[in-house]
Design a protein around this ligand. Structure first.
Ligand SMILES: Cc1cc2nc3c(=O)[nH]c(=O)nc-3n(C[C@H](O)[C@H](O)[C@H](O)COP(=O)(O)O)c2cc1C
Length: 180
């Protein structure tokens, strides 16, 4: 099984990118993981089938994966513009899109105690439009703290580790069932 990981933050030093990397290290050894970049041109619907190289690369990665794992911060009670932009690009093609029938799990570190919940709700409802199966839970909502990662970049909080282990386990369990 191959999981493609996406961080919804383009910020250098992003804690959500750090979270993505920490989660990848918690995956079982027989699961392949590859990170996809969403540093893409702004979607303008002027390209037809000639996708920019960065978009084509993302599209191919998503199409050739068994599941996606997205970590995303919250910007203005929503997902980041970069995340929405990536979803817009990936949604091209309707029923033949890279997103159609994909399986996605979400996690995030927001700016406050709600830990990105509104960003995740926004991603969830947007992906529903694109016929994506979004794993219902557990919700992985992590509040920021200076000690949330150790010096190696691994998560320190046992509850956060349990939550991400559980959501990744669910993703691995349901992906083969839903994609048949
Ligand atoms: C423009 C902007 C808007 C933000 N809006 C919210 C928000 O609505 N809710 C929230 O919890 N945090 C908000 N934040 C805080 C970020 O979600 C928070 O700093 C997050 O940890 C950044 O993640 P990153 O390091 O992965 O980029 C906002 C930050 C910025 C820059």
């Amino acid at each position: 099984m191959k999981i493609v990981g996406i961080s919804g933050s383009l910020r250098k030093g992003s804690v959500n990118t750090k979270l993505l990397h920490a989660c990848a290290r918690l995956l079982p050894n027989d699961v392949e993981f590859e990170e996809a970049s969403i540093d893409l041109p702004l979607f303008d619907d002027n390209h037809g089938n000639n996708l920019p190289d960065s978009v084509q690369k993302l599209n191919d990665l998503v199409k050739n994966s068994d599941a996606l794992f997205i970590t995303c911060p919250e910007h203005n009670w929503n997902m980041t513009a970069a995340m929405k932009n990536a979803i817009d690009w990936l949604s091209l093609g309707g029923k033949d899109s890279a997103l159609n029938n994909q399986v996605v799990a979400l996690a995030g570190i927001g700016g406050g105690r709600l830990g990105s919940v509104r960003a995740q709700m926004a991603i969830r409802s947007t992906l529903l439009h694109d016929r994506v199966w979004v794993v219902p839970g557990p919700e992985v909502l992590i509040a920021p703290s200076e000690t949330m990662f150790d010096e190696k970049g691994d998560l320190t909080d046992p509850i956060a580790i349990q939550l991400v282990t559980n959501i990744l386990g669910e993703l691995i369990r349901v992906s083969p069932l839903l994609r048949t």
